[in-house]
Design a protein around this ligand. Structure first.
Ligand code: RNT
Ligand code: ZN
Length: 413
């Protein structure tokens, strides 16, 4: 890296070396489900449901563990930094004819082996959609006891799988609960389903797992397709539940009203919670789960995490799925953008800015905030990638085009 670049940042009070050193240890949890349109490996896998949707029919979807991990390996070559893989329960690798509710650690042993070899962590999500046991769009908040009990069992087993990941890989694994529960039209009873969800969660969390290895999070949502009028697991519901019961809130950046600033929530939550979790996504008009671009919304999230000095208190997971472009490229683009946003945030003199704010020097603050945008970020990004042994420029896409031709296009469907 050129000395002028280092000095230029230094003139703003930014230590480039420190930024590079910090970023390399921040884990990003890369979601496996971008590579196969959220289908998974269950023997009788049906279509995606639960009010979420992939659109597009780009060729080359991964159809099994071998194909998906091959694609993942290809993507990982071009993603710098520390990584975890984020799994859903439907990505089990087993010959057993196991019901979704009864999954066990052994069904994910292949993933542990995969992760160990590559020095990756693993996170987990119970899958409470794409199942005949989602009855009338309801799972944990269903009025039917057998439906609730089924998903309670699934969640308890999921937490044990995450604990197993944590123990095996010697790094804490996040188990994140999201349910699709809601109503299409005007609710007659809003509190009933929420009371049942609360009781289901109480039962799920009454089973103790070791916090050293496993963390629990709950993910809220404003609405889903087909359940536009009411969502049982709203933000207020889970925020209250999490604070009272010592579990974590997971903020999916696509799960709020379109003009709501999700980044603004971070500083508040961190005052009351030991850790915070994310599904970083990009909503376009709705929770559309577009590939992450390096836009202001993404930058804001990264900025807040750095400003709050919370990089070691955050689970940064990605959550998007685009079937209209090369899926491996989609995974790389979003992951690199997450890394870039964090690096940009780390290359900003937040303390100086905060002081200007406190001193009410708002003109100077605005000048600085704008000037900093012109610093030679790419030089630092290239240096980071070089140190991580990853291609820094767009030439990664040449490799992916080759991979598409040699591997992806040869897959039938
Ligand atoms: C749905 C939630 C949920 C899923 C993934 C597949 O709106 O965001 O997290 O997208 O888990
Ligand atoms: Zn999500």
């Amino acid at each position: 890296m050129k000395k002028e670049v280092i000095d230029l940042y230094k003139s703003y009070g930014v230590d480039v070396e420190k930024a590079l050193d910090t970023l390399k240890d921040v884990a990003i949890s890369i979601h496996c489900w971008q590579l196969d349109d959220v289908i998974g490996f269950e023997k009788h896998a049906g279509p995606l449901s639960g009010g979420i949707q992939t659109t597009g029919n780009y060729p080359g979807r991964a159809r099994n563990f071998e194909e998906l991990t091959r694609d993942l390996d290809e993507a990982l070559k071009f993603i710098p930094g520390k990584k975890k893989i984020n799994l859903h329960a439907t990505y089990l690798v087993t010959d057993r004819d196991v019901d979704r509710a009864d999954i066990q650690p052994e069904d994910f042993a292949a993933w542990v082996e995969y992760a160990k070899k590559r020095n990756l962590g693993l996170d987990f999500n119970p899958t409470m959609f794409s199942s005949p046991m989602v009855v009338d769009n309801l799972t944990l908040s269903s009025p039917k006891k057998e439906v609730r009990d089924y998903w309670i069992r699934h969640c308890i087993n999921s937490r044990k799988i995450a604990e197993y990941f944590g123990k095996e890989l010697k790094q804490r694994s996040l188990c994140n609960i999201w349910i699709p529960d809601g109503l299409k039209d005007v609710p007659a009873d809003r509190q009933g389903p929420r009371r049942r969800l609360k009781e289901s969660l109480d039962e799920i969390f009454s089973v103790k797992v070791d916090r050293e290895y496993e963390d629990d999070a709950v993910e809220s949502k404003v609405f889903g397709i087909g359940v536009e009028s009411y969502t049982t697991g709203s933000h207020e519901f889970y925020l209250s539940y999490a604070m009272k019961n010592n579990v974590l809130c997971l903020l999916d950046t696509g799960h709020f009203h379109p003009t709501e600033n999700v980044a603004d929530k971070i500083s508040s939550l961190l005052l009351f919670s030991p850790r915070l979790a994310f599904h970083v996504s990009r909503p376009v008009r709705w929770d559309s789960d577009h590939v992450l671009r390096l836009n202001d919304d993404l930058q804001d999230v990264a900025n807040e995490l750095v400003k709050c000095n919370a990089l070691d208190r955050a689970y940064i997971g990605l959550d998007y799925f685009d079937a209209s472009i090369n899926r491996v490229a989609a995974l790389i683009i979003g992951s690199r953008n997450m890394e870039k946003a964090l690096l940009k945030a780390l290359l900003t003199p937040w303390e100086t800015f905060a002081k200007l704010q406190d001193e009410a020097k708002f003109t100077e603050l605005m000048v600085m905030q704008e000037e900093i945008k012109d610093l030679p970020f790419d030089e630092v990004w290239q240096e980071y990638c070089k140190r991580q042994n990853v291609v820094g420029d767009k030439s990664w896409f040449d490799e992916i085009k080759k991979y598409e031709k040699e591997v992806l296009l040869k897959r039938g469907d």
